[in-house]
Structures are given as structure tokens and as C-alpha cells.
Design a protein around this ligand. Structure first.
Ligand code: MN
Length: 295
């Protein structure tokens, strides 16, 4: 991960403005960055979907805001809470709460039903809400793996302190040899860069990796050129290995980088498989109750 003198610059391919928002249930008011337009599932692999609830203010309410029971199969959902709290329950008896700075990494694998809601106390008080949900595709041989959760509190994340007082908060993969706590089924690096104004750091990934950066707060420059504004996404070329990031102001940047799976993609709603036959099977299994039951 150390900058190599010979490393080729990984250039910005495009800066994507936040697409129009849409509601997921009544709890998540998201910009669906991908799959959308040129950011197809194949282009973004091993990632498949990025929904970003940019900073919003929810009013106090008794009835929980959220999205009711729905199935997933064939991939992982990674929920990153920046503001507010969410709670989830699933058909296997699992559940939990993630608060500010925490991450829930759910491997849907062979499938389950779950529901995702604003946490009760937060829901009653209302207030700022900012959240990311990233879908990480599973390699074909792991699509039917046993479902599991990794609840990663902010305190459990690995950290690399930076000279100007910022830090790299590592969720998965590694930065400069420091490894994050999440385990993954294919090579994935996921971290928050919490940078002070003027801070610069170097990112290095193997050529061929899919790499994108979402500006959660503040703004940054890449390779001394393109500027990324708040709530915008930078997609980098697959070619090249090296990115120089400079914070224009105090910033929080979500970095996603991973090795493309290069496998066929078949999607129908909440099912993400390799073939149409597997989608038909998933729908059949869901309709015949194989994903369990959840009120
Ligand atoms: Mn879900």
C-alpha cells in the first residue's frame, strides 16, 4: 500500500452529481448512485448498489420510519450510519441497532427476510439522519453461504492517524498495512477518510480495481486536479494504481475499492444472482416460505 515511485496514476473517470432522491419505505430518502446510467453493476463490481441518504432532518414521530419485511439473497448489505440510528430485525431471530459511526455488514447469502427502521428513541426525538447502504456482491461460490452479521462499532474500527490531525477509519481491507475488522468474500477496501483542511494522503490499489469515493462532508481534490463536492461521487478508472487525495476543507470521504468479480450478474429486486434460473429459484423459495417468517 506504500506509494511506489513507479505507480501509475488512477485518474478520475467521472464525477457523478447526486441523482434525484427516492424513498426506500418511508425511512430512507436516498440518492441511488448505482446501478444507474453508466455506473452499471458490472462496471461497479464487486459493488452493486449505492444508496445514500444525504443529511436530512426527520421530524419526531411515534410510528417508526423505515422499510418493512423484505428478502435478500446472493450478496451483502453494508449499512454505514453517519447521523441518526437504525434498528433491524430478521427472520432468523437476529437484530440490532447501529448508531453514529457504526457499520452493519450483513451477509444475506442463501437468504433471509429483514426489516430496517429508525431506532425507537431516535424516531421519537427526530433529528439529523445521514446513512449509506452499499451492496457488495458475493462470488458465485459464496452466494448460498449461511447468512451472518458483522456488527462493527466505531470503536472497533482500525485507525491510522494523519499528521494534521485527521485519520483513516478502516472498516474492511487495509490502508498502509493496517487491517479493518470486517471480513469479506472477495478483496474489498472500505474506509472513511476523516481529513483536516489541507491534509493529503496517498491511496494505492492494484490496477484493475473498481474504485469510487463519496464525499459525505466537505470536499476534496484528486491527483491535484478534479474537485469532489459534498454529496458527489468520484469514479476512478480501472487502470492505474495511485490516487492522491487532498482535503479542500475538513472532510469525510467514503472510499470503496475492490477487485471486480467478472461473473455474470442477474438481478431481480432484492435478489442478486448469476443466472436467470437462480432468480426464478429465489422467487420460488421466497414464495414458498424458505426465507422464514417476519412480522
Ligand atoms: Mn434490506
Amino acid at each position: 500500500m506504500k506509494a511506489k515511485v513507479s505507480a501509475v496514476t488512477k485518474k478520475v473517470e467521472r464525477i457523478v452529481a447526486p441523482p434525484p432522491r427516492h424513498w426506500v419505505g418511508d425511512g430512507f430518502d436516498v440518492h441511488g448512485f448505482f446501478p444507474h446510467g453508466p455506473l452499471t453493476g458490472a462496471r461497479m463490481s464487486p459493488f452493486f448498489l449505492l444508496d445514500y441518504n444525504a443529511l436530512s432532518e426527520f421530524p419526531p414521530r411515534e410510528e417508526p420510519f423505515g422499510v418493512g419485511p423484505h428478502p435478500h439473497r446472493g450478496f451483502e448489505t453494508v449499512t454505514i450510519a453517519y447521523k441518526g440510528k437504525v434498528e433491524h430485525h430478521d427472520s432468523r431471530g437476529g437484530g440490532g441497532i447501529i448508531g453514529e459511526g457504526d457499520v452493519q455488514w450483513m451477509t444475506a447469502g442463501s437468504g433471509l427476510l429483514h426489516k430496517e427502521y429508525h431506532e425507537q428513541e431516535y424516531n421519537r426525538q427526530g433529528g439529523p439522519f445521514q446513512m449509506v447502504q452499499l451492496w457488495v456482491n458475493l462470488p458465485a461460490r459464496y452466494k448460498m453461504t449461511e447468512p451472518k452479521y458483522q456488527a462493527i462499532t466505531n470503536a472497533e474500527m482500525a485507525r491510522v492517524k494523519l499528521p494534521l490531525g485527521g485519520e483513516v477509519e478502516i472498516i474492511a481491507g487495509e490502508y498502509n498495512g493496517v487491517k479493518g475488522p470486517a471480513t469479506t468474500f472477495s478483496p474489498v477496501h472500505l474506509y472513511n477518510l476523516k481529513l483536516k483542511k489541507g491534509e493529503t494522503l496517498e491511496l494505492d490499489y492494484p490496477a484493475g480495481y473498481t474504485t469510487a469515493i463519496l464525499a459525505i462532508e466537505g470536499s476534496a481534490k484528486f491527483n491535484g486536479a478534479e474537485t469532489l463536492a459534498t454529496d458527489h461521487l468520484a469514479l476512478f478508472e480501472r487502470e492505474g494504481e495511485h490516487i492522491t487525495v487532498t482535503a479542500v476543507e475538513d472532510s469525510v470521504l467514503l472510499v470503496m475499492s475492490g477487485e471486480p468479480l467478472n461473473e455474470p450478474i442477474a438481478q431481480y429486486g432484492p435478489f442478486l444472482m448469476n443466472t436467470q434460473e437462480e432468480i426464478v429459484q429465489a422467487i420460488h423459495d421466497f414464495q414458498s416460505g424458505k426465507f422464514g417468517h417476519l412480522d
